[in-house]
Design a binder for this molecule. Structure first.
Ligand code: ASP
Length: 410
């Protein structure tokens, strides 16, 4: 992606903040520009994920390799999620954002708790009964499942599957081109999304909860700088600066849209073009990540569970904190990559340790801001995983090649 575009997006971002702050709620008039951009990137997702993943699988065409790829990817996701929640709990106890707050909460502000679906049902639900319906509904895990089997089927057909393969290959190319066209509109879109948000949130809304916003921002910053820098350097042999610079457009889009699913086309484009991650890896790791890997949301769940506990003067015991880590891991996996999904999942975490659900009402008022911060880290986490898995795969290949050579010379 051209440097020029990144600069334009950055400038649009700054202008949006300044104008939003000056004009106030009246800036909402530019919202349709943002919504248009959002719709434009959303319409790319389903055909892009389907076609690029089919091509990814069909070009490796090896079930064993795919299994290894899944284990590495999911392992990395779970590990970084647990680290994120722990950072959230740590920052939450150091900052104590919920202490000494005087905000009235009424009992009517109860929020319904969401029943978490059972693990077996969740797993079964990955298998689509009608893949066309999965495409229509945009059910990402089912689409991934369908695409993997299409890819395998094409490989097993060998030469006979050539036409279908070429179709998906060209479809993927076309979708990348469309992403490129839509991205030219990104500066206007980012402006249209950020300015109304800044205009809408006056200082009076933000100030009482400034501490929790800051706690989340600092936690996310620490997680991004430490965990992602170390992992891309150690496993992907990539300089963290190259990494963050390469995914800058995706960072801006994630921040403005608050949706990691919506940002997916941009994330894929950035990792492929700027970070040079092979398509078979990015088209597998990234859609999966946008659906199940939410480091920012996990961190948010940790910070906010503590925030609510502090607000109501409840001390969480060590066992309760461990319960928060476990339920928040599951909750973040179950969170959809759409705006505000994390807020609903917070009810699940709070119920697991018996915190009063009225606390949600406190946070709902500033959720958009919290969402922008956590979504940015969600997307960075997916991109970091692509770098880590790709570096690891390369290492494995080098090893195999070396072993092959030694056995040949021996
Ligand atoms: N908006 C987040 C995302 O799309 C999910 C959340 O609400 O935490 O990644």
């Amino acid at each position: 992606m051209k440097n020029n575009l990144v600069i334009q997006i950055f400038l649009a971002f700054i202008v949006a903040i300044v104008l939003g702050a000056i004009v106030g709620p009246g800036i909402k008039i530019v919202q349709p520009l943002g919504d248009l951009f959002l719709r434009l990137i959303m319409f790319i997702i389903v055909p892009l994920v389907l076609s690029s993943l089919v091509v990814g699988v069909a070009s490796t065409g090896d079930l064993k390799k795919l299994g290894q790829l899944s284990v590495k990817t999911v392992g990395y996701y779970l590990l970084t999620t647990a680290i994120a929640i722990s950072i959230g709990l740590f920052i939450g106890s150091v900052f104590s954002p919920g202490e000494g707050l005087d905000i009235p909460v009424s009992a009517e502000q109860q929020v319904e708790s969401k029943e978490a679906p059972g693990i077996i049902d969740t797993l079964l639900n990955i298998v689509p009964t009608n893949p066309i319906a999965s495409l229509v509904e945009g059910n990402m895990l089912q689409i991934i499942f369908f695409a993997i089997f299409l890819g395998l089927g094409i490989t097993m057909l060998g030469g006979n599957g050539k036409v279908v393969y070429s179709f998906f290959e060209q479809m993927a190319e076309v979708m990348y081109k469309i992403t490129g066209i839509v991205m030219r509109f990104a500066p206007v879109g980012v402006f249209g999304l950020v300015a109304p948000t800044v205009g809408e949130y006056g200082l009076s809304v933000l100030l009482p909860l400034l501490k929790v916003i800051l706690a989340l921002a600092i936690g996310c910053f620490i997680h991004a700088i430490i965990v992602y820098s170390i992992s891309v350097k150690a496993f992907g042999k990539m300089s963290p600066i190259t990494f963050f610079k390469g995914i800058a457009p995706a960072i801006f889009v994630a921040f403005s849209t608050s949706s990691s699913a919506g940002t997916l086309p941009v994330t894929i484009k950035c990792t492929e073009e700027n970070l040079k991650i092979p398509r078979e890896i990015s088209s597998f790791v990234l859609p999966l990540g946008a659906t199940i890997n939410m480091n920012g949301t996990a961190l948010y769940l940790g910070v906010c569970a503590l925030f609510v506990a502090q607000f109501f003067g409840i001390d969480l015991t060590f066992t309760q904190q461990v319960t928060v880590v476990l339920t928040a891991t599951l909750a973040s996996i179950g969170t959809a990559g759409v705006p505000s999904a994390g807020l609903i999942m917070l009810t699940m975490v709070m119920t697991s340790v018996g915190l009063p659900l009225e606390g949600i009402a406190l946070l709902a008022g500033v959720d958009r801001i919290l969402d922008m911060i956590r979504t940015t880290v969600n997307v960075m986490g997916d991109a970091a995983a692509a770098v880590v898995v790709s570096g690891n795969e390369k290492n494995d290949e080098d090893h195999t090649q070396k072993n092959d050579q030694t056995s040949i010379t021996a």
